[in-house]
Design a protein around this ligand. Structure first.
Ligand code: HEC
Ligand code: HEC
Ligand code: HEC
Ligand code: HEC
Ligand code: HEC
Ligand code: HEC
Length: 404
């Protein structure tokens, strides 16, 4: 479908546009979406903000994105907009990513069939959607609040890169043009070249973590998608769901120092660009921690990288075996390279929070170790009272036996 449409444009195009269009036509079906060869300018941009008819001569052009196929054959009604966008930025993304069958639904409830164990990122909220996706349950689109713990220097990013007065946008977190090597096109666009340490790399493999990252010669990979391969743009949830399913997404551990803090995965650095004070590992000034059982001081904030569950280095406050993390049937996600025994696993932001949010306060994941079903909110063990205190204890009880 797309190839046919694109060839239609060629007839109208100038030389410069022809080059771009042919690029798209030659590789439109490979790679993931909004990056590399699968970046269709007309999904999002309009040259004059004026179209008497569509690419196919349909008159008038439709004012919402096509609900089948994906051809850029539409124009919004609010504009002209900065950067020649078809709609104002967040509305533009939501035109396809809220309650549409062609792409993952990321705002509040999921109008499409649910992927296994829920959407990996969960759900965003905004000032209008309300319960059960209240604004205190994760990221709020257009919020002008400063990010809690904002200190980008912690991860070596420019101090004033995020301008809260513009409101939180999809493009605050996703680079709308890729690069193709970035997991979910992540990495704040406004960071420019200095975003590379905050752009998680990913790869595909069935059963065990990938050794080769997608669309790059850089290593190591941060995210493992447990699929053989993927072609974006099917337009059908049943086909695209496995690529976005919590059940298929895993995170790897590779400790390095970025800026002033230890990071185990570029996902942590990514969150740290806005929440730097909350990110780091053993001994970082904002996190603290010298081994308790060696007369140390304990932590100041919960470590979010570079710390081993059940490890002896920091006092053994968490447990891996016995009543600890490893034997759990249903597990919160951790950074590890050993998805069999979970040795050398570190907690990270995505252990406790859904990246977009969910129906719990702070977008927390309340998952018991023997949950009867796993959703975006977590899940309770058989016989448990399904309330907030039980949910919170379940989360901590994944790794800690204190008080349980
Ligand atoms: C998924 C939607 C989307 C697609 C597809 C897309 N863009 Fe953009 N583009 C944006 C958004 C959003 C901005 C504004 C970013 C900002 O707020 O700074 C932008 C900004 C731009 C800018 C302004 C300079 C800059 O980089 O900020 C140019 C030029 C541009 N895009 C060209 C293109 C071209 C050429 C293509 C196709 C090869 C394309 N875009 C495809 C969403 C898109
Ligand atoms: C015209 C419709 C359309 C618009 C507008 C649109 N998207 Fe998409 N988006 C899609 C489709 C289709 C997919 C691929 C779904 C699939 O996997 O088959 C996608 C995929 C994505 C992905 C997953 C990419 C990956 O490889 O993991 C992200 C992230 C994303 N979009 C963000 C955005 C952002 C941010 C904007 C606004 C700047 C935006 N989209 C605007 C249709 C759209
Ligand atoms: C571009 C900046 C930015 C990035 C990157 C970012 N956040 Fe945020 N975050 C914010 C802002 C702004 C707020 C406050 C407004 C709101 O709640 O949306 C916030 C709020 C939060 C909250 C509190 C939500 C609530 O309802 O009280 C949590 C939890 C959170 N972020 C976790 C994360 C995690 C985890 C990551 C990485 C996956 C991350 N953030 C990445 C900007 C960011
Ligand atoms: C605060 C940062 C942040 C904001 C704002 C944000 N995203 Fe995301 N998004 C993420 C992260 C991080 C992931 C990957 C989470 C993971 O590993 O599961 C993600 C994943 C996704 C996915 C893949 C689906 C999934 O469940 O994993 C899509 C599509 C997407 N985002 C689109 C959008 C769109 C469209 C907007 C605006 C309407 C938006 N995002 C706003 C951080 C953000
Ligand atoms: C061990 C679980 C856990 C981990 C790991 C974790 N968080 Fe949290 N987060 C929480 C809890 C619980 C709260 C509620 C407030 C509190 O207890 O301080 C919270 C609250 C927040 C808030 C809201 C703060 C406010 O002022 O309202 C933000 C933002 C946040 N977390 C971001 C992050 C980021 C970014 C990371 C990774 C660098 C992270 N969290 C890692 C459990 C966790
Ligand atoms: C995925 C595993 C995991 C989860 C879930 C988790 N933690 Fe931790 N926690 C750790 C690790 C690892 C440490 C580092 C200390 C150690 O193990 O010796 C730690 C350290 C701590 C410490 C500091 C101990 C000290 O020495 O000062 C406290 C307190 C704590 N966690 C509380 C919580 C609470 C409360 C929750 C639930 C919101 C929680 N943790 C969830 C793994 C986890």
């Amino acid at each position: 479908m797309r190839t046919k449409t694109v060839l239609g444009i060629v007839g109208l195009a100038s030389g410069a546009m022809l080059a771009v269009v042919l690029l798209l036509a030659s590789g439109g079906s490979t790679g993931e979406y909004h990056s590399g060869q699968a970046l269709l300018c007309y999904d999002c941009h309009t040259i004059h903000f004026s179209m008497q008819h569509g690419w196919d001569s349909n008159n008038p052009v439709q004012t919402t994105p096509p609900t089948s196929g994906n051809t850029g054959n539409w124009l919004g009604t609010t504009g002209p907009n900065v950067h020649l966008l078809k709609m104002p930025a967040n509305e533009l993304c939501l035109a396809c990513h809220n309650a549409q069958a062609i792409a993952p639904d990321v705002l509040a409830d999921n109008a499409n069939a649910m992927p296994q164990n829920g959407r990996s990122a969960g759900a965003l909220n905004d000032a209008t959607v309300g319960a059960p996706y209240d604004i205190w349950k994760g990221h709020t689109l257009s919020s002008t609040a400063d990010p809690p713990g904002y200190d980008p220097a912690k991860v070596g990013a420019p101090v004033n890169w995020y301008n809260a007065s513009n409101g939180l946008e999809c493009t605050s977190c996703h680079a709308q043009h890729g690069p193709a090597s970035a997991y979910r096109n992540l990495g704040p666009y406004a960071l420019g070249a200095s975003a590379s340490s905050a752009r998680p790399l990913y790869g595909f493999n069935v059963g065990t973590p990938p050794t080769v990252c997608r669309n790059t010669t850089n290593t190591p990979c941060d995210v493992w998608i447990n699929l053989a391969s993927y072609t974006a743009g099917s337009g059908v949830a049943a086909t695209f769901n496995p690529f976005y399913a919590t059940a298929n997404i895993f995170y790897l551990r590779n400790d390095v120092t970025v800026g002033q803090v230890t990071t185990s995965n570029r996902m942590g650095t990514f969150c740290g660009t806005c929440h730097g004070n909350f990110h780091g590992g053993l001994g970082n000034a904002n996190i603290g921690g010298t081994p308790l059982n060696a007369g140390g001081t304990g932590f100041l904030r919960h470590p979010t990288s570079g710390i081993t569950i059940g490890g002896t280095g920091a006092g053994g406050q968490s447990l891996l075996s016995g009543a600890g993390y490893a034997p759990g049937i249903t597990k919160v996600k951790v950074f590890t390279n050993d998805y069999t025994n979970f040795t050398n696993s570190s907690p990270g932001c995505i252990t406790c929070h859904k990246s977009h949010g969910n129906q719990n306060p702070f977008g927390l994941i309340f998952l018991g170790q023997n949950a009867t079903a796993v959703t975006e909110e977590g899940g309770y063990n058989a016989g448990q009272t399904q309330d907030l205190p039980t949910g919170l204890r379940n989360l901590c009880g994944q790794c800690h036996t204190q008080g349980n």
